[in-house]
Design a protein around this ligand. Structure first.
Ligand code: CA
Length: 272
């Protein structure tokens, strides 16, 4: 069975007063989420936290009761469906918070989610946060930005590099808490041990180009120092926005017999 080893880091950057990004990691359910909130008076913080917490608890509620046998063994890997419903539920929670407190009107959040079952990872995206995969030294962007500039890139009016520095680069076309009907991009990717997935807010990708991200990731010094390196590099280039990175590494889990042996060995050592 594959499992995840994950690490995340969120930083306010050098120009903003508040950190409106938020992330969540649930290694047990092999889930990672990054959200980048928006809205006046730091209400973006409220929206991104609602999104992350709501997705975490939705997944926990729906996978939490099946500890006896993992879903991949029972043939019940409907993780894409589960993640999509969790994001839809989070959108309703953000809208609900706005309905309850009119002062929150206008808040919203992007979200990217990653949920692994068996060898397949479900990836969800709304907005301009991103999911990349690095496999055998090659960085690949898995998600499409829901931004005005990306629509211009797809239509051939702007190059990717022009879009990255365009004055309208922050205009997003989809968000949780926006239109009542939400459109969620879902994809499923086949993973393998050694794969590294990067979930990040646009505070990273507006400061660093893809080749710069790739070179930071190539320097495989462990997940936590790599998260720190990415954040430091974004801040070294100006840190104009909040920056959040989550790294998810796919690894083969030790089987249950090995794990219990390892636990026993550990206990013996402590007793000595
Ligand atoms: Ca941002």
């Amino acid at each position: 069975m594959l499992q995840i080893k994950a690490c995340g880091l969120s930083d306010v950057g050098l120009a903003r007063a508040h950190n409106e990004d938020c992330f969540g990691i649930d290694s047990e359910h092999r889930l990672a989420v990054v959200a980048d909130g928006m809205g006046g008076h730091s209400h973006g913080e409220v929206a991104s936290r609602i999104a992350v917490q709501s997705i975490r608890s939705y997944v926990d509620e729906h996978l939490g009761n099946h500890h006896s046998r993992p879903p991949e063994e029972t043939g019940e890997c409907r993780h894409a469906e589960l993640l999509e419903t969790a994001v839809r539920d989070a959108h309703q929670k953000v809208l609900g918070a706005i309905r309850e407190d009119g002062a929150l009107y206008g808040m919203g959040t992007t979200v990217v989610g990653f949920l692994l079952c068996g060898t397949t990872a479900a990836v969800a995206n709304v907005g301009d946060s991103r999911v990349y995969r690095i496999r055998e030294g090659r960085l690949e962007l898995l998600t499409q930005d829901h931004t005005w500039v990306n629509e211009q890139v797809v239509a051939g009016f702007l190059s990717a590099e022009q879009a990255r520095v365009h004055p309208l680069k922050n205009v997003i076309t989809r968000a949780l808490g926006g239109d009542n009907e939400i459109k969620i991009d879902m994809l499923e990717v086949t993973t393998q041990p050694g794969d590294l997935y990067l979930l990040c807010s646009d505070g990273l990708t507006t400061m660093l180009s893809d080749p710069e991200i790739q070179s930071a990731l190539e320097d495989r010094r462990g997940l936590e120092p790599t998260c720190r390196l990415l954040v430091d590099e974004a801040n070294a280039r100006g840190g104009l926005d909040n920056v959040t990175v989550v790294l998810v590494e796919i690894e083969e889990s030790v089987d249950d017999a090995d794990a219990s042996e390892a636990r026993t060995a550990e206990v013996v050592t402590v007793d000595d």
